[in-house]
Design a binder for this molecule. Structure first.
Ligand code: URA
Length: 195
């Protein structure tokens, strides 16, 4: 039987493959267009995301919205998900076993969405999806492949909040992203030509 969103959401909601479900408030499945051409993937829910059940709604989410707006994107046009769907306590990094336990849900999301471009937000996401040894400071903004799909990583918005000095580099990554979207996407309109 082919996978469906309903099946996937039910299966994911019942997941007990790692202990994070015990301490979470809400599962943070993902949000956006289920046929999005552009998929952003963060690390895992923070406090606000855990409370609201939606990815990137806290301070990092506000900056992500700004980053997307710079190239004329918004949540309504893309899909946003995380490597792990339950909040790690005290916002610690998700552990390798937790990531491995959660990855099949993301893989099923990707198979249903069939995005044309994937953007990893930060090191954890890039190491899970691009290369275990990914170095965000050296390799951000470069294109790789996830199967057939072009994939790149940029700095996590939380890192840009902590260190605004990295923002010009992230800005260059967004320009690369815009170029790729224009090259491979057909229904994702970008209204901003200013950068
Ligand atoms: N940071 C993430 O990586 N994901 C979220 O959903 C929120 C903050």
């Amino acid at each position: 039987m082919p996978d469906t969103w309903e099946q996937l959401k039910n299966d994911c909601g019942a997941c007990r493959s790692c202990p994070l479900w015990e301490t979470r408030t809400n599962l943070v499945f993902g949000v956006g267009r289920e046929d999005a051409e552009v998929l952003f993937i963060g690390e895992g829910p923070g406090e606000q995301e855990d409370l609201q059940g939606e990815p990137f709604v806290g301070p990092a989410g506000k900056l992500l919205d700004t980053m997307m707006a710079i190239i004329g994107l918004d949540r309504a046009k893309v899909y946003i998900a995380n490597i792990v769907k339950c909040r790690p306590p005290r916002n610690r990094d998700p552990q390798p076993e937790e990531q491995a336990a959660c990855l099949p849900w993301l893989e099923r999301q990707i198979a249903l969405i069939r995005p044309k471009v994937i953007v990893c937000l930060g090191r954890i996401s890039a190491q899970a999806l691009i290369d275990r040894d990914f170095r965000i400071t050296r390799q951000h903004g470069q294109w790789f492949r996830y199967g057939e799909i072009p994939i790149m990583a940029t700095y996590h918005p939380s890192a840009l909040l902590r260190d605004p000095g990295k923002r010009p580099e992230a800005f260059m990554d967004l320009r690369e992203l815009r170029k790729e979207i224009r090259a491979v996407c057909s229904s994702t309109e970008l209204y901003d030509d200013s950068i």
